[in-house]
Design a protein around this ligand. Structure first.
Ligand SMILES: [Zn+2]
Length: 370
């Protein structure tokens, strides 16, 4: 081979390399052109697989509001450590746009103690562009899913660490069932209004920052405990408090008991939890339809209970643990979040949510140095 011809070959080789490299690193165009919205309501039915919807409809004869929404695809739920995720890694993917090791909360799989850095979550990113932010759950406030949207720690069982981070997160509201180390004094010391009843919650006014510790069954249609809220009431009040003329808001709402009741194969309990979660969705939808600038994302972190249709045509549990099945991903308020019937990875749901709020690839996913 002559020298010029060798040089041409070498040049073409480098051109080819750079084309391959830019193809590998380029951000897909569709990721950058999401419908822009002011508000995002991110609703997570913990453990809610496709067949949880089928089983609930079959058993109760009721239709689901979430199934009336325009776009429906699926989320692929694997974590960095397993094809079957837990709620910590599942929540981290949905909150931070990165897959981590099962059990870890808001940290990288390569740095799971967070010694060097951690990924920012959607609440933090939304706050960074001036939005109000809230976290609402039927689980204890330090549960794996709410923790993924408000803390960074190596283990979901680090309750004290999670609660301490939540109390000084600066969020507008974090509400759920009680967590061991959260006290009224601790909340007040961090400038938060502590609320522990339905009437105290309803008395909150816009501009307040609050920490809610509610008791009884938050996931039922009616909380059997006196003066305590249920998920749809918490969702309605949270939206009322967060809705503002300025930069909008990001709210995460979790129906945690779809998972909890599925672990024990308690069909009635699961259905009750799913219907109340659906009622919370109806509440969010009513707001979004009037507002016109709100994106609603409905999905799950994973499926629990391996629900399948048996030979009698009945949907029933086949196990007491999580499965690796894809879960529903239902969208209102964006025509291009996903294509209809498209399946995307759990971490991509967070990234698309961020793009819909106008966060650029430089702003999310984002590594925060320790
Ligand atoms: Zn679970």
């Amino acid at each position: 081979m002559s020298t010029p011809s060798f040089m041409r070959t070498l040049t073409s080789f480098f051109v080819l390399l750079s084309v391959i490299f830019s193809a590998l690193t380029a951000v897909p165009v569709e990721e950058l052109n999401k419908t822009q919205v002011k508000n995002v309501i991110f609703m997570i039915g913990d453990g809610m697989g496709e067949n949880h919807l089928e089983k609930t409809k079959q058993a109760t004869g009721k239709e689901l509001v979430m199934e009336t929404l325009p776009l429906r695809g699926q989320s692929e739920t694997a974590s960095a450590s397993s094809a079957v995720t837990d709620s910590a890694a599942g929540g981290t993917a949905l909150a931070c746009g990165v897959r981590t090791i099962n059990g870890c909360i808001g940290v990288y799989n390569t740095d799971f103690t967070g010694a060097f850095s951690h990924p920012q979550n959607l609440c933090e990113a939304a706050m960074g562009i001036g939005k109000k932010v809230g976290v609402v759950t039927t689980d204890s406030t330090s549960g794996a899913t709410p923790a993924s949207f408000s803390a960074h720690t190596s283990s979901r069982s680090n309750e004290k660490d999670i609660s301490e981070q939540q109390l000084c997160a600066g969020y507008d509201l974090i509400w759920g069932a009680p967590s061991d180390s959260v006290t009224a004094e601790g909340a007040q010391a961090n400038g938060l209004t502590f609320v522990s009843s339905l009437s105290e919650m309803n008395a909150l006014s816009a501009g307040s920052k609050s920490f809610g510790q509610f008791s009884g069954d938050l996931y039922k249609a009616e909380n059997p405990t006196d003066d305590q809220p249920v998920l749809s009431e918490m969702t309605a009040k949270a939206i009322e408090l967060l809705d503002n003329e300025d930069e909008g808001f990001f709210l995460m709402v979790e129906g945690a008991h779809i998972d909890k009741r599925s672990h024990s194969n308690d069909a009635e309990g699961m259905q009750e939890a799913l219907l109340e979660f659906d009622k919370a969705i109806a509440t969010a939808l009513e707001f979004a339809e009037q507002d016109g600038e709100t994106l609603i994302i409905i999905t799950a972190d994973h499926e629990t209970g391996g629900i399948k249709k048996n030979s009698d045509g009945i949907y029933d549990f086949t196990q007491g643990s999580h499965s690796g099945a894809n879960v529903p991903l239902i969208i209102y308020g964006s025509s291009d979040f996903i294509k209809d019937a498209q399946a995307i990875q759990n971490k991509q749901v967070a990234i698309y949510a961020a793009r819909s709020m106008g966060l650029t690839p430089e702003q999310f996913p984002k590594k925060i140095a320790a």
